[in-house]
Design a binder for this molecule. Sequence first.
Ligand code: IMP
Length: 436
Amino acid sequence: MNVDSKMANVAVIGAQWGDEGKGKVVDLFSDKADIVVRFGGGNNAGHTLVVDGRKTVLHLVPSGALHAHKLCIIGNGVVVDPEVLLEEIRGLKENGFLLDDSLLRVSEEAHLIMPYHKSIDLARERLRGKGKIGTTGRGIGPAYEDKVGRVGIRFVDFLEEDTFRDKLRHNIEEKNLYLKAILKEKTLQFDEIHEAYCGYREKIRKYVANTTLVLEKEIKAGKKVLFEGAQGTLLDVDHGTYPYVTSSSTVSGGVCTGAGLGPQNIHQIIGISKAYTTRVGSGPFPTELQGPEEQKLREEGEEFGATTGRPRRCGWFDAVGVRHAIRINGMTGLALTKLDILTGFKKIQICTAYRYDDQDHREFPSSLRAMERAQPVWEEMEGWNEALSAAREFTDLPIQAQRYVRRLEEILAIPMVLISVGPGREQTILLKNPFH
Ligand code: IMP
């Protein structure tokens, strides 16, 4: 696959419930970008990349780190667990990546995930019992709550010892009351946390910068930027299956707030979707399968969470959800991943509408109850038995697979720009260069 070097700034956004294979697509496109930016989420994300047969999972550092000389930026919209970040940097360096520290920049306005965020996240999930959201338990929701509640600790606060100490002391007092009285949870010690975080601070200091200025300067100098989405549109806090969502803006609009630049700086918005659907955690999932078909998708697709190892729920392609994602993000093209996993199914289904209240609905409902009642309206396609992993051109695909892709383009009214037929960089069919 060969991506032209004359590319615009591109955002890569999940069109489903996360885990669409954004890591691989971002990795491919990183090759032609100068800068790769994460703009939201935290270490709830897990991007699995296979380079030269070696698997690397990144949670916070943008996937550009696996290419030489790329500037990687963790934007202000990201929530950062410093312990996890340092561990990831250590692992990357150990494998020969990120050897130049000036190639990683962390926004001074990004918020820190603190131990109380994790305690609160886990305790609330436990108390919710059956109604739990199924969070990753990484403290993401409580960290964003503190940000919006104006009590969060940003990197710029972290670097100022007095500010950090005061904020931490105040927060721990308040969180301990909540942990003890409401959540019936163990309280936390100021000294312990303060000492550990001061240790992280000295190692992280060199990466912290005003990344909005860095980006402005680089874009003015003609550098090309790739914005790396995390999670997916259907997990977006505004446009997803609320409350079964994550706590950040996962959509293209989140690029502007989470990286600190205007929308005119984003030229292409590429959606990433699997050729089927998966979801990890709780919440409605109309096309979910049960039984041997689900098992086949999970096993062949190795559908286990990159962050938590949880088995993912699997189902057929949901065109209602993906159409919603295309509209909300203004997607200009779609990359279809894991088409190879559909090999061996006699029939393949596409959900073209939801049926509830005795009517077919083509639009994604905002109501959780409607989503829970929605029954898929199926369109059936012929399957194929040939393995796809060696295909490099569209015409290498069996005719049934070609028809499936073309039908998805029609139903979704969007061009496919890329098809992935395996985890390796080379297992890719480029249909249209998104960068022209
Ligand atoms: P949180 O982001 O840990 O608060 O989890 C909220 C919901 O988003 C849960 O259903 C998680 O399973 C889901 N989620 C968060 N991050 C990811 C991801 O990167 N891939 C897939 N699901 C995710």
